[in-house]
Design a binder for this molecule. Structure first.
Ligand code: ASP
Length: 711
């Protein structure tokens, strides 16, 4: 039986009680994590966000409480009132913070019951229920202590950020979410305007333009924990909406930004008692790409740097390598120390792995007791020995080799470096290795459309010494675009990009030049960024900034590989919220108000009787108000109710392109609507899902009308 809370109050949380509390009378409240029934004794593990306390109820001393305790099931919400007692020496649980004591309850109050859970909360990591199921019941999943701890860490991190930024003289300024496109390289989420037909807002991919305008406005030091929205292909460390610490500073030099961020990260990591070494070592983009094949190298991995083998093979007649070299490509390798013991199977798997990054093949040399290599036949023994020597391999090592365009070689060997380290357990735990990567290329070339785009974003300043190159590139020497470097920097910790930013362009003429370089005509630039170009003309201070992903940073700090572990209500890899079932459809009226039409026939479950009945049920649950209106005629009500069902049916399959209603104009409206419903379902079955099973719609519609109109 469920009771009221009345004026009962908690005296302690479920994680609080210790030996010192023995003898006290306490009231705990929480969820039943586990109940064990031993006849005269019933044990309940009572859980709240702080921990677990063992409650014991003794039938002899407290018969009423014992009876209640036997009613309690998993996840019931209860209050336990009683005395704290010391557990027997043998019954103590060192794994629980409260494990020395238990509460001998004299009163149990059932505050709420709970259905049987769709999955187990205390399963070990390996036996956790499928993530989709847990996301659907996110409120249950969030009861797991690990997720609760992560959210509390997140809270403390945000607090620490706010404190630190305030100490450093920054002002928190909120910028709007309904804006115009900000280019960060992803697709925008757009929001249609009702009052301005045919116009749309974009949700910010970042507050970039606004924070720069804050600098023009003289606000000097801006920060914000900003929500960003990016419609892009999701990966393990991405979400369509996420938070970032967004920072901008007037008269900023890169050094000032580095110091600010290093100080901040040092503070944040101290929350987990980790001392980050500052200043972070700095590497240029060119250097990390050459040495580690990645712009976010994992510096915990000792060595395994990319070794250039091109010179050793300059004279090769082995066709695949010769053609790579003559096309300006390169041949590089990494040395896996003690890798000679890698099995054929492992090498095959690594080969497949490398191919995912574009490598044509992965060649290998093993310096085991026997010298072996996939290249022996084609290059000959001496050359392969040379290669191993150039790579710096020792007896017992292996060399993994990729040939191709430099980007492909870097991408595949860079990824292999991480993969091999992971497999061979070469990544030390509890080590945190930060670095700055600086001087990123200003532009990146897209082979698919033969165009350049900004590597960071179009507001990033070129390096001063590269401005002459930039001018030449804009004036026709387009090959030079790939050589221009930007005042852009990333902070990386353990192979994760935790922050990225740049010194901005503060001159209108240079900004126009960048837009031009990106292929925007003056009109296009004015249409998209006219307001910004204009603002730049009113005394813009030199400025720069950075943004740091809150979730990414937490992933390093926790640590976890899953971004959904560090946010309360994440979306799936297909950008859905399974709990609230979003994105969802909107009413026809809403679409009309927004001047929108769904143009395409939607993919959906084929119509069958069950689906049709489901739509009928939905319509019944959502009847038009007219059915209650005493002044409306029966016929008017019938028509409105049928139209509601028509709406559900159309919405289920979208607007049917190519679907023509029979000429029904001579029929009464009621018949017209029924014919339309039947027509759409039949059309859909025949044209879209030809294997649908025929079923009779008319009797179901009649049943529906009867129910709707209360017969
Ligand atoms: N707006 C950039 C981003 O969101 C960060 C910056 O340049 O400050 O990645």
């Amino acid at each position: 039986m469920i009771e009221n809370l009345n004026n009962r109050e908690r005296t302690h949380s479920c994680g609080a009680l210790r030996k010192e509390n023995v003898g006290q009378r306490v009231t705990l409240m929480g969820w039943c994590a586990r109940r064990r029934d031993f006849g005269p004794l019933t044990f309940i593990d009572l859980r709240d966000r702080d921990g677990i306390t063992q409650i014991v109820v003794n039938q002899e001393n407290a018969p009423q409480a014992a009876a209640k305790a036997k009613e309690v099931r998993g996840e019931y919400v209860i209050a336990a009132i009683g005395e704290v007692v010391l557990r027997d020496e043998t019954a103590r649980n060192p794994k629980l913070a409260t494990g020395d004591v238990e509460v001998q309850a004299t009163e149990i109050v059932i505050l709420n019951d709970a259905r049987t859970l769709p999955f187990q909360l205390d399963a070990s990591d390996e036996s956790l229920a499928a993530e989709d199921l847990r996301l659907k019941y996110r409120y249950l999943d969030l009861r797991r202590p690990q997720l609760q701890a992560n959210l509390r860490l997140r809270h403390r991190m945000i607090l620490e950020i706010n404190r630190y930024m305030d100490e450093q003289g920054f002002t928190q300024i909120e910028t709007p979410n309904l804006i115009k496109s900000t280019p960060e390289g992803a697709r925008d989420y757009i929001v249609p305007s009702r009052v301005q037909p045919g116009k749309f807002f974009a949700l910010p991919q970042s507050p970039q333009i606004f924070k720069q305008i804050c600098m023009i406005a003289g606000l000097d030091k801006y920060y914000q924990i900003a929500r960003c929205f990016r419609d892009e292909d999701l990966r393990a460390d991405r979400q369509p909406e996420f938070s970032q610490l967004d920072v901008e500073m007037s008269f900023a030099t890169p050094d000032q930004i580095y110091q600010l961020v290093e100080g901040l990260f040092a503070r944040i990591f101290r929350l987990r008692d980790i001392e980050l070494q500052t200043p972070f070592p700095r590497f240029t983009f060119a250097e990390v790409m050459r040495r580690f094949g990645s712009d976010k190298p994992d510096m915990r991995i000792d060595g395994m740097e990319l070794q250039d083998l091109s010179a050793t093979l300059a004279e090769t007649i082995f066709a695949p390598y010769a053609s790579v070299l003559s096309a300006g490509g390169e041949i590089k390798g990494i040395v896996v120390s003690d890798g000679a013991s890698m099995s054929r199977k492992t090498l095959d798997e690594l080969q497949e792995f490398a191919k995912r990054y574009g490598a044509a093949a992965l060649a290998w040399i093993k310096l085991g007791d026997e010298f072996s290599s996939s290249l022996l036949k084609v290059l000959g023994h001496d050359t392969v020995v040379d290669l191993a020597g150039t790579a710096g391999a020792q007896k017992g090592d292996a060399v993994l080799i990729v040939a191709g365009k430099s980007q492909v070689v870097a991408a595949s060997l860079g990824a292999l470096r991480n993969e091999v380290a992971r497999r061979e357990k070469l990544v030390p735990e509890n080590v945190f290795a930060p670095l700055w990567v600086t001087d990123f290329p200003m532009f990146e070339f897209h082979e698919d459309d033969g165009r350049y785009s900004s590597m960071h974003h179009p507001f990033t300043s070129p390096l001063d010494e590269d401005v002459p190159l930039f001018e030449r590139a804009v004036n026709g020497e387009t090959d030079l675009f790939s050589e221009i470097r930007a005042k852009a920097y990333d902070a990386v910790i353990n192979g994760v990009e935790v922050a990225g930013g740049s010194i901005r362009i503060h001159r209108r003429d240079v900004q126009s030049l960048v837009f031009k370089a990106l292929g925007m005509t003056e009109e296009m630039a004015r249409a998209r960024f006219g307001f910004f170009l204009e603002a730049l003309a009113y005394g813009t201070p030199p400025h720069g900034g950075i943004a740091s992903g809150i979730e990414r940073t937490l992933m390093v700090l926790v640590p976890t590989e899953n971004i959904r572990d560090v946010m309360a209500f994440p979306k799936t890899a297909s950008a859905q919220d399974l709990m609230i079932d979003a994105p969802g459809e909107v009413d026809a009226e809403q679409l009309e108000e927004l001047h929108l039409k769904i143009a395409e026939h939607k993919p959906h479950e084929p119509f069958n009787e069950e689906i049709f009945r489901r739509l009928v049920d939905e319509a019944l649950a959502d009847l038009p108000l007219i059915v209650l209106d005493q002044n409306s005629s029966h016929e008017e009500k019938e028509i409105a109710v049928l139209e509601r069902l028509l709406e559900k049916v159309t919405r289920h399959c979208g607007i049917l392109e190519g679907f023509e209603f029979e000429n029904l104009t001579d029929h009464p409206r009621k018949i017209q609507v029924v014919q339309q419903i039947v027509g759409i379902v039949d059309f859909d079955s025949v044209h879209v899902h030809p294997y649908s099973v025929f079923f009779k719609k008319q009797p179901i519609i009649k049943e529906y009308l009867d129910k709707a109109l209360g017969k």
